[in-house]
Design a protein around this ligand. Structure first.
Ligand SMILES: C[S@@+](CC[C@H](N)C(=O)[O-])C[C@H]1O[C@@H](n2cnc3c(N)ncnc32)[C@H](O)[C@@H]1O
Length: 483
């Protein structure tokens, strides 16, 4: 993501006047005398390897300590923006639009107000471009969806007499990317809120498991956790084991608190002075991170890989399709293993082995050998059918990282079968051959495309590694069973 920092000081002083504060003393009162809302716990810093602009600790912070409070009145929501009567009346005439579409229109409407917007200092600090915007490069489907949502909102934007630059698809995509990558959850509006200063936290993934009994107690006593989490029956115990991942109490380290009438953020771990203070926005796979936030994690404990399964496998169990996946470390999910074991059991015997399958036990050595061979073979076929190999992607990524100039890069990529995509990249950016860009400093647009391309290669490499690790996992089990 690229960003500019116009008058950071005046933005932080504006935020202090709204009552935003990183002070440990509880107050939502506007701090007119303060020149900044930060300085007691946090400061804005640059973290080149983890999100760029972010928030750093200005002193040692203890886990669980409050680090930022943003009063409700400072949040930018549909409700607060629609205090503007003209906007409110117009939106009410377009009730078919989704809450997200309305928030996008609200954001563009405020942008259109320029300096007269009450959010102007905040809006000026929003990134000008996003890795998730413009080409909607993650999927074509996302692009088509965005186009149709934009068209649906046309007549509302017309009613509001948007200036031409806020009417464009480019502006819509920018606003949609802002909403997608920066809104925080609030209980009273599914569209979420934009949270000045609070949206400067970069992301850290939630841990996989609660770290101890104390954590487990908190998990089980948390009333917001779905009923299935309660350990109340054979089958559910197993569902719980899987769901600890996705419903951990540590899902987020911030939330709106009624008592405080503010969005409150807490340190998720002990931080040393100078460390980046991170926030967990939720549980995401790398593909979801790419789609919503435009980045991925090298180590993502919540990453999942889905492989094609036999149709009969889906119908032989009650596990949902979404639960049949391979974990980031190559291990099949609990549900995938159970479903495979049941599917590989003759229909007539399935009922009698159900208790074993649902408790996570093996059905028999033969059954286990069969499913491990099947899984390994299927993963192998998936890898073989992809246009590039794991080795080629590693090579390509190394070339992207290590080539000092594009001609070296080209020389290296000539060796790999992904050279078709290299040619497409060069053609798109009017670089006909190696010589044409030897001395040329790449345009900003080309650099951004190159960054996106790199992200795409990083994603597919991770995907392949997980599948490769699954083959290794299966082979290890087979070795131990066939000894
Ligand atoms: C809520 S904003 C965080 C603040 C943002 N860095 C800024 O300058 O405004 C979320 C965006 O920050 C970036 N980001 C957050 N966490 C990241 C991480 N762990 N690695 C890389 N980029 C990250 C992504 O571009 C994401 O869309």
């Amino acid at each position: 993501m690229e960003q500019e920092h116009p008058n950071l000081e005046s933005f932080l002083s504006w935020a202090a006047q709204l009552g935003i504060s990183d002070s440990t003393t509880r107050t939502n009162q506007p701090q007119h005398s303060l020149s900044s809302c930060l300085g007691s716990s946090l400061s804005v810093s640059h973290f080149p390897h983890t999100g760029g602009r972010g928030l750093g600790a200005v002193r040692d912070l203890r886990r669980g300590e409050i680090v930022l409070r943003v009063p409700k009145s400072a949040l930018m929501t549909r409700e607060t923006v629609m205090e503007d009567k003209k906007l409110c009346d117009a939106v009410n005439r377009h009730s078919s639009l989704s809450s997200a579409q309305i928030l996008i229109v609200c954001l563009l409407y405020e942008m259109g107000k320029g300096k007269t917007s009450r959010w102007h200092p905040y809006l000026m600090h929003l990134p000008h471009t996003y890795d998730v915007d413009e080409a909607m490069w993650v999927t074509e489907k996302a692009m088509l969806k965005a186009k149709s949502e934009w068209k649906e909102a046309h007549s509302l934007m017309q009613d509001l007499m948007f200036k031409p630059q806020f009417f464009t698809f480019k502006a819509w995509v920018w606003a949609a990317a802002t909403i997608s990558s920066r809104t925080l959850h609030i209980p009273w509006d599914e569209a979420g809120c934009l949270c000045p200063v609070g949206d400067l936290f970069n992301y850290d993934a939630p841990g996989i498991e609660p770290s101890g009994i104390e954590d487990l107690d908190r998990l089980l006593s948390n009333t917001s956790i779905p009923d299935t989490i309660v350990l109340n029956g054979d089958k559910n115990i197993m569902v719980d084991a899987e769901q600890l991942d996705s419903h951990s109490w540590r899902l987020t380290d911030g939330g709106f608190e009624e008592d405080a009438n503010a969005y409150c953020f807490y340190a998720r771990e002990h931080y040393k002075k100078g460390d980046q203070v991170l926030l967990c926005y939720g549980t995401y796979t790398n593909l979801e991170l790419l789609e919503h936030y435009g980045f991925l994690l090298q180590e993502n404990p919540n990453d999942k890989v889905f492989i094609p399964l036999e149709p009969a496998l889906y119908s032989s169990t009650s596990w949902s399709k979404e639960s049949l996946y391979i974990h980031h470390n190559g291990k099949p999910s609990f549900a995938l293993l159970a479903a495979l074991r049941l599917w590989a059991t003759p229909q007539s015997r399935r009922r009698s082995v159900g208790h074993l399958v649902y408790s996570g036990s093996r059905v028999s050595t033969d059954n286990e050998i069969f499913i491990m061979k099947w899984l390994s073979k299927t993963c192998d076929a998936v890898l073989r059918n992809l246009p590039t190999s794991l080795e080629e992607d590693t090579f390509l990524l190394n070339a992207m990282d290590n080539s000092q100039d594009f001609s070296t890069f080209m020389e290296i990529t000539k060796l790999v079968s992904s050279r078709d995509e290299t040619c497409t990249f060069l053609e798109t950016h009017n670089m006909k051959d190696t010589h044409s860009f030897t001395d040329v400093i790449l345009s900003r647009k080309a650099r951004r495309s190159m960054d996106r391309w790199k992200l795409a290669v990083q994603w597919r490499l991770k995907y392949k590694k997980v599948i490769f690790d699954c083959i290794t996992y299966c082979n290890k089990i087979l070795d131990s069973l066939l000894k």
